[in-house]
Design a protein around this ligand. Structure first.
Ligand code: ATP
Ligand code: MG
Length: 180
């Protein structure tokens, strides 16, 4: 499984629709300060269900919507979609490609989609359990995250090992059963 494509429209500094095509290898994103490199990583984190505006370096969730510039009107919504190659069927879906999308309007209205079908945030999270992908996964290592992992409490550090060992979905199911 690998990230094939990222589409952003109205997200942070990306006013227009932009499509990044990635290949099965290493991609570096370079550019001057403030050109939007970190916004690319923020877009991936956001589409995977990031709920904290602070994690996305904004004050409120609406801050992810393109705010406008001197010569451009603000956007009314932010949209991000990622397409993953699923030919190894690591994601438990019968598709060779899986596209996860998220849209939020200024009114606060928002939706998630898996391959074009509206779903809950929970569905997106569950799809990625034990893959290392996700807003708490280790596939996106933000600035300062290594330090945080090292200084975490042992129980918090254990969550990372659970994810890597592939037992999060079983733990989650156990908790849900115990709640019922
Ligand atoms: P550095 O090299 O300093 O890390 P960077 O390339 O990572 O820079 P980012 O932090 O990704 O840059 O982008 C910051 C830019 O994004 C700023 O110019 C900021 O004004 C712009 N930006 C962030 N949110 C919005 C928004 N909602 N609307 C318009 N522009 C935004
Ligand atoms: Mg940056």
């Amino acid at each position: 499984m690998y990230l094939k494509c990222l589409e952003v429209h109205g997200f942070k500094s990306f006013a227009n629709k932009i499509v990044f095509d990635f290949h099965n290898g290493i991609t570096g994103i370079v550019g001057p300060n403030g050109s939007g490199k970190s916004n690319v990583a923020d877009a991936v984190r956001w589409v995977l269900g990031e709920q904290s505006a602070k994690q996305l370096r904004g004050a409120s969730m609406q801050d992810v919507i393109f705010a406008g510039t001197e010569n451009r009107n603000p956007q009314s919504y932010a949209y991000v979609a990622i397409t993953l190659d699923n030919s190894d069927h690591q994601l438990a879906l019968d598709y060779e490609e899986v596209t996860i999308a998220r849209r939020v309007y200024r009114s606060g209205e928002s939706e998630y989609l898996i391959n074009g079908n509206v779903c809950r945030m929970k569905d997106v999270k569950e799809l990625f359990y034990d893959t290392g992908i996700g807003k708490e996964g280790y596939s996106i290592i933000g600035q300062g995250q290594i330090d945080r992992i090292l200084s975490n409490k042992p129980e918090e550090r254990r969550e990372l090992f659970d994810e890597a060992a592939g037992i999060v979905k079983f733990k989650q199911r156990k908790n849900e059963t115990q709640k019922q």
